[in-house]
Design a protein around this ligand. Structure first.
Ligand code: ATP
Length: 148
């Protein structure tokens, strides 16, 4: 089954949004197979956002993501990468529709609450970067038959 990586950023954790965001994920029918509250090292931040290393906001982005705890998750489900991105919304909360996480909770691109993998390939890379194999749990949800 497909997996994706979502991470509630320090602004989302600091604004007590872990509960409301996790509720949306569970209500949608996605399965959480990994979850942890953690601090992000500078190395991890730089590797995760490596593709932006030449952008003018890179330093700010690394400072922000290492400024407080994040809540990292691995989610599983059919087509979960695309569904995860839809739940998250567009990068800029101003363009993100109401009903999406960024559309409902965010105001600026620099503090946009949550990250979600943008492709199956990045999801695989990000899961391997953020989670050890034994932190991901394989189990069945009895209500899966009502989702699929
Ligand atoms: N112009 C900007 N100014 C400040 N921060 C920015 C800007 N553009 C992007 N960012 C930050 O860099 C992150 C990565 O940008 P990217 O274009 O990969 O968007 P994304 O894939 O929607 O975001 P994320 O990777 O966090 O899910 C954004 O989520 C945002 O926090």
């Amino acid at each position: 089954m497909e997996r994706t990586f979502l991470m509630i950023k320090p602004d989302g954790v600091g604004r007590n949004l872990i509960g409301p965001i996790v509720s949306r994920i569970e209500n949608k029918g996605l399965k959480i197979v990994g979850a942890k509250l953690m601090t992000v090292s500078e190395d991890l931040a730089k590797t995760h956002y490596g593709e932006h290393s030449e952008r003018p906001f890179f330093g700010e982005l690394v400072d922000f993501i290492t400024s407080g705890p994040v809540f990292a998750m691995v989610l599983e489900g059919e087509n979960v990468v695309e569904i995860g991105r839809t739940l998250v919304g567009k990068t800029n909360p101003a363009e993100s529709a109401p009903g999406t996480i960024r559309g409902d909770y965010g105001m600026t691109v620099g503090k946009n609450i949550i990250h979600g993998s943008d492709s199956v390939a990045s999801a695989e890379k990000e899961i391997a970067l953020w989670f050890k194999e034994d932190e991901i749990i394989d189990y069945s949800l009895v209500n899966a038959a009502w989702v699929y």
